[in-house]
Design a protein around this ligand. Structure first.
Ligand code: A3P
Length: 289
């Protein structure tokens, strides 16, 4: 059976939310749009923006994962083959969420890729709240345990290192014609400008009414009010978060409330060791920031 076939290491290591088999067997189309991010960099926000664009502002969906699936995330109630069949049956343009590195992304030279990056200090804190705001049932399903202290969490986050891996792998491709790299901080400052950049990149147009709906439905206030549509990961069947979790604060620089200056320096030092100066400049992470 195809499920048993070994998968090349290129597609990553199996984990609760990462099935290399799905990546290896996915059939990309040039019309596909893949959202790729390090966790907590605005993935769900971009899922919503893109779904809003392609649907002209639909607010009738139940879960964002029904309309913008998480490509590599195993389903609870479907086999891998069924999941792929579902992907094959989707109309164009298909939009998927991933947390893949460049190397793990299927069709990385063909599909259209929208990448969102965010300050690693804010991503780190956002992920801490992500875990703390989960229900017990949600944590059990995701295979995570609540850390006893922030320090314990911080050590694990640094050891896991997905922010650094993700950004390093994508940086050499920032100017590829099929890649659009957006920063969470710019999106926060000017959502309309972000929308225009995406529309330009996709060659897509909206009527004035659709534009108004896209902007309204992509606002933090609308997403917070409709948080239940964004918190049911894949088909896992339960709302994984306590009320008020996940679509949480959406702020810039909130890390200062929890992170010590020493921890902050450890993040910056690792970024400075792993990323090119131009990348650090682009992300605002040069020494002293
Ligand atoms: P905070 O935890 O800092 O509030 P991801 O989807 O990659 O997991 O990222 C989640 C982060 O994006 C959370 O950050 C969440 O609040 C924020 N977010 C979600 N929707 C947003 C929106 N419309 N505007 C701004 N931030 C948003």
């Amino acid at each position: 059976m195809a499920e048993d076939l070994a998968v090349d290491v290129r597609w990553g290591t199996p984990a609760r939310t990462h099935d290399p088999w799905l990546l290896a067997n996915f059939r990309p189309r040039s019309t596909d749009i893949l959202i790729t991010t390090a966790p907590k960099a605005g993935t769900t926000w971009m899922q919503q923006i893109l779904y809003q664009i392609i649907s002209g502002g639909d607010d009738g969906f139940e879960s964002i994962f029904d309309v913008v699936p998480w490509l590599e995330c195993p389903r609870k109630n479907k086999s891998r083959e069924e999941t792929l069949q579902e992907y094959d049956a989707m109309g164009d343009p298909r939009v998927f969420k991933t947390h893949c590195t460049y190397e793990q992304t299927p069709g990385n030279d063909r599909v259209r890729i929208i990448l969102t990056s965010r300050d690693p200090r804010d991503c780190c804190i956002s992920f801490y709240h992500h875990i703390m705001d989960m229900t017990e049932e949600g944590r059990a399903m995701a295979g995570v345990t609540a850390p006893a202290t922030f320090d314990e969490y911080f050590t694990k986050w640094m050891a896991f290192g997905s922010w650094f891996r993700n950004v390093r792998s994508w940086w050499p491709h920032r100017d590829d014609p099929n890649v659009l790299w957006l920063r969470y901080e710019d999106m926060k400052e000017d959502l309309e400008m972000t929308l225009d950049r995406i529309l330009d990149f996709l060659g897509h147009e909206l009527t004035p009414t659709q534009r108004e709906r896209v902007l309204e439905h992509s606002s933090f206030a609308w997403m917070k009010k409709n948080a239940g549509r964004f918190t049911r990961i894949c088909d896992w069947g339960v709302n994984l978060f306590k009320p008020g979790g996940f679509i949480r604060k959406g702020q810039i620089g909130g890390y200062r409330a929890l992170m010590s200056p020493e921890q902050e320096q450890r993040i910056l030092a690792r970024a400075q060791a792993m990323l090119e100066p131009a990348c650090l400049d682009f992300l605002g992470l040069r020494r002293g920031n």
